[in-house]
Design a protein around this ligand. Structure first.
Ligand code: CP
Length: 311
């Protein structure tokens, strides 16, 4: 089986069979990562550059680890320490790197559409590691993988996406993925943080009632409040946000059933999630991070179009 696309620019472009292929391949790589020797030679002759024009902890380390586990040669590029600070464009930067015989580009950029622009101008395979407020496809894939682990599947599952939907690339990629795979999605948060067009444009429910939505769902994926992307205040204070929409122990203990709590990280503790929830028994946040390596191995491996996973 092959992916129907030469790049991973977003979940929007994937067919449901592509998503299934990535998740099934990731499951094989997760088995590899349990072995004493966690490395396979699959991408031995491939060189990958991680181009990060925006800060990252999880995604960057996870991609680098995935590349090294697949035996790829790895180059790391940080915009702040490069000739971008002297005025070089992203396209010139990438073309210079590619002229050194680099095969794949993993790109994080603060501009929505940056990887799509690059894909029109270069021949190397591109993986979107997060572009502005557009998409973060590997995060949605690792979230889906983690939901399958925690609940047994995606089809028919009730997933709540909580909080700052407006500024979240994780929300958009999750909405595309979960609705393509037959899950039911409700987005919940303050009206100022949920785009007006959402319910019309996507097959999702919109709610402003956190307790009712948590009572409805099997899984709550709680998003970071992205203050750095807000040009003007969209709620009066972080304290008020926490009181109205933060996930607290009291809120979870008041539900009639146990639900799964997810968060893509980084967490604003005491804002969208209280610490005793982030570290509590419902939380699979660190499992999400662990699963990210296997999922990114699957994406890189399938884009490189190699033989059999796990060998
Ligand atoms: N989830 C996520 O993208 O985290 P980083 O910004 O640390 O990569």
């Amino acid at each position: 089986m092959k992916l129907s696309t030469p790049h991973l620019l977003g979940i929007k472009d994937l067919q449901s069979h592509d998503i299934r292929l990535i998740l099934d391949t990731a499951r094989q790589f997760k088995e590899v990562l349990q072995r004493p020797i966690k490395k396979v030679p699959s991408l031995r002759d491939i060189t990958i550059v991680n181009l990060f024009f925006e800060n990252s902890t999880r995604t960057r380390i996870s991609f680098e680890l995935a590349e090294r586990r697949l035996s790829a040669d790895v180059l790391n590029f940080t915009a702040g320490a490069s000739s971008v600070s002297k005025g070089e464009t992203m396209l010139d930067t990438v073309n210079n790197i590619l002229s050194m015989k680099v095969d794949m580009v993993v790109l994080r950029h603060s501009a929505s559409g940056a990887p799509h622009f690059l894909a029109k101008h270069i021949s190397a395979a591109i993986v979107n590691a997060g572009d502005g407020i557009n998409e973060h496809p590997t995060q949605a894939l690792l979230d889906a993988f983690s939901i399958e682990d925690a609940t047994g599947g995606l089809e028919g599952k009730k997933i709540a996406i909580v909080g700052d939907i407006m500024h979240s690339r994780v929300a958009l990629s999750n909405i595309y993925l979960l609705t393509k795979m037959g899950a039911e999605v409700t987005v919940v948060g303050p009206p100022t943080l949920i785009p007006k067009y959402l319910a019309e444009a996507f097959n999702v429910r919109v709610s402003y009632n956190i307790k009712e939505t948590l009572e409805w769902c099997d899984v709550a994926n709680v998003l970071r409040i992205q203050l750095e992307r807000q040009n003007q205040p969209l709620f009066s204070s972080l304290r008020e946000y926490n009181l109205a929409y933060g996930i607290s122990r009291k809120l979870l203990d008041g539900l009639s059933k146990k639900i799964v709590i997810m968060h893509p990280g980084p967490i604003n503790r005491g804002v969208e999630l209280d610490s005793d929830v982030a570290d509590g028994h419902e939380s699979i946040i660190l499992q999400q991070v662990e699963n990210g390596v296997a999922v990114r191995m699957a994406v890189l491996y399938l884009l490189a179009d190699r033989g059999e996973a796990g060998n």
